[in-house]
Design a protein around this ligand. Structure first.
Ligand SMILES: Nc1nc2c(c(=O)[nH]1)N[C@H]1C(S)=C(S)[C@@H](COP(=O)(O)O)O[C@H]1N2
Ligand SMILES: [Mo]
Length: 326
């Protein structure tokens, strides 16, 4: 086992976690007697570089991949090593550390249904495999920029979110689509941390959700997306900070009211609705000017809209009064 100690450029967890949550957790940890697990909190334990990208035994979708890559979306950097992208993950449902990939194997993939509700012609629930059979699967290499200032570039498989919106048939009054992650504290130990506002919620405007870049992910590196990366269905909106890319989605609700997302409920001053990447707008507690590339540790400049301005900048014209970059 490789034990990697935190380096100077890595954000201490206390900087990347809303302060009051951190303090509460500290208080709890102090009184808890679970010392052996807590000992790991000061360092990041990285697992062996095998196993984590293998297809989960209970994932029936392996035969769907690989799918054809869409070459329209090109990036200027190397693809992140799979052993990094699948072991350094944010999935608070399974713990607030980055090394939760083993804990995430507890995620139960089937049965899995997706609920479509709210301002739609007809509400419906569809089983994930029926949905996948109807969606146009392709592969896209996208950058991913976490609000904590690390980044990666990975080949996701999935389908344009627009295909899901078309399938849902929202009515003319819908302005937003709200997505939710599963809620199952028995399965996901992180959801027993009652001070978080579970379930994880995220939202996009209809314009964003139907932007060609908005992608619903079902695969990674030419295989089903691993549990720790948000199986069986997660979002990728690469021009926004990573927390917008909600994992393990169970519902899409169409509404005319802007939702308050999970992180916004925790700390609205630091994690807003729009969360578009902008190197010139610092997070209240750290700079967003550059990012650490996962795997190489290289520091590179962050780009406006994470380099995707040509696809998305127009959507924000006339919205200059909004907090577009928090
Ligand atoms: N349900 C859920 N979705 C989530 C998160 C989470 O904790 N729970 N973390 C977010 C954050 S902060 C990031 S950076 C990305 C990380 O995706 P990855 O682990 O596949 O790199 O997932 C996002 N989606
Ligand atoms: Mo993130």
């Amino acid at each position: 086992m490789l034990i990697r100690f935190r380096r100077g450029w890595e954000l201490p967890e206390s900087a990347a976690t809303p302060e009051h949550v951190f303090l509460k957790r500290r208080a709890l940890l102090k009184t808890a007697l679970a010392a052996p697990t807590i000992a790991a909190a000061g360092s990041i334990l990285t697992g062996p570089a095998f196993g984590q990208t293998e297809v989960a035994a209970d994932d029936p979708t392996a035969k769907l991949y690989p799918v054809k890559r869409n070459e329209r979306y090109v990036i200027d950097r190397a693809i992140t090593d799979p052993s990094q992208a699948t072991t350094y993950t944010n999935f608070y449902e399974f713990g607030s550390q980055k090394n939760i990939w083993r804990a995430a194997q507890n995620l139960k993939l089937r049965p899995w249904t997706v609920r479509i509700s709210g301002m739609v012609e007809q509400e419906k629930t569809i089983d994930i495999d029926t949905l996948l059979a109807q969606m146009p699967l392709e592969e896209r290499v996208y950058r991913h920029r976490c609000v904590e200032a690390w980044s990666m570039a990975v080949p996701w498989s999935g389908f344009p979110m627009k295909a899901l919106v078309d399938f849902a048939r929202p009515t003319g009054s819908a302005k937003y689509v709200v997505m939710q992650t599963f809620q199952d504290p028995g399965m996901a130990s992180g959801q027993r941390q009652f001070w978080y506002p579970w379930p994880y919620v995220e939202g996009l405007t209809i314009a964003e959700a139907t932007n060609e870049l908005a992608f619903l992910v079902t695969g990674l590196y030419g295989k089903p997306v691993p549990k720790q990366n948000g199986a069986p269905l997660r979002l990728a909106v690469p021009w926004k900070y990573g927390f917008k890319s909600i994992k393990s989605i169970v519902s899409f609700t169409f509404t005319d009211k802007r939702p308050v997302s999970f992180w916004e409920q925790i700390q609205a001053s630091e994690y807003g609705f729009w969360a578009n990447v902008n190197p010139q707008v610092p997070h209240p507690r750290w700079s967003q000017a550059s990012e650490r590339v996962l795997g190489t540790g290289e520091m590179v400049p962050t780009q406006l809209y994470n380099g995707y301005g040509e696809f998305v900048a127009d959507m924000y014209k006339g919205l200059e009064e909004e907090r577009l970059y928090v």
